[in-house]
Design a binder for this molecule. Structure first.
Ligand SMILES: C[S@@+](CC[C@H](N)C(=O)[O-])C[C@H]1O[C@@H](n2cnc3c(N)ncnc32)[C@H](O)[C@@H]1O
Length: 254
């Protein structure tokens, strides 16, 4: 299945909004003001729109899934953010060399079938003195735990390179700076969160379909993992339960 078809499954806009905070934090904490930014695998444009609202000189959001870019454009219009949207694969972006001071990708290029090609393209787009910043889920964070809970149901699936700092340095270079970050995600309940994933998240919808009759058992274990993470977070909040979500932020400087 090609990436556009994969990411058109379900509705990423619904679940992506649950974990939008890292993209907003990235734009808020990086020096975007007056800079040219390219956001790869922009999805619904969370990071790109935040960069534009934080005063970037120009922002281009690149994604291979046209439906997600349409939603990104709608959101940018509503927010009054000036972003150019490009439908393209992040390994072949139709922009000149050295287009950006900052190339970002939140939970995007790390899922590339060929990460070396995606990083090479990100480097091509980056000006001397600029940087590439990308995020990925960490192995002990909620989504690393979700993946590890499901791993026994998918024997032979490779360990992701981007869940640990040493794996990231192996692929992205020894000088990659990797920091551990986290944010709080609020969900109604563990059960409701897993239901949202199985209704709207492409990897979970397609994974569940491939498991067929085994999915209910996997699902039960998934709910238990989320319940455990919620239990460690303490008391429920007004809006539901608070789930701490760990992730990694990687910076490559040029
Ligand atoms: C997990 S979503 C992340 C979206 C967004 N960056 C965010 O933080 O919400 C992954 C995104 O990668 C995009 N994508 C996957 N493979 C791609 C490729 N080869 N080229 C461009 N975009 C791709 C998908 O369409 C999807 O929008």
């Amino acid at each position: 299945m090609d990436p556009a078809e994969f990411w058109s499954t379900g509705d990423y806009a619904v679940v992506g909004d649950l974990w939008a905070q890292p993209g907003r934090d990235l734009a808020a904490t990086l020096p975007v003001q007056g800079r040219d930014v390219v956001d790869l695998a922009t999805g619904t444009g969370i990071t790109a729109i935040a960069a534009a609202l934080h005063g970037a000189r120009s922002v281009v959001g690149v994604d291979v899934t046209p439906g997600l870019l349409r939603e990104a454009a709608r959101r940018a219009d509503a927010a009054g953010a000036d972003v150019t949207w490009l439908t393209a694969d992040f390994t072949t972006v139709p922009l000149p060399d050295h287009s950006a001071d900052l190339v970002t990708s939140t939970f995007g290029i790390v899922f590339a079938a060929d990460p070396a090609a995606a990083l090479a393209e990100a480097r091509r787009l980056t000006r001397p003195g600029g940087r590439i910043v990308f995020t990925s889920w960490s192995t002990d964070g909620l989504f690393g735990r979700v993946r590890r809970t499901l791993a026994p149901f998918f024997p032979g699936a490779p360990e992701p390179w981007h869940e640990r700092p040493d794996g990231i340095r192996t692929v992205a270079g020894a000088d990659a700076q990797v920091s551990e970050e986290s944010f709080d995600m609020t969900v109604e309940s563990p059960e409701r969160f897993v239901t949202l994933l199985e209704q709207h998240s492409a990897p979970i919808i397609l994974g569940a379909a491939s498991l067929g009759g085994t999915w209910p058992e996997a699902r039960e274990q998934l709910v238990a993992t989320v319940r455990d993470a919620a239990g460690q977070a303490g008391e429920p909040t007004d809006g539901g339960i608070r789930l701490p979500v760990g992730y990694l932020r990687t910076t490559l400087r040029y």
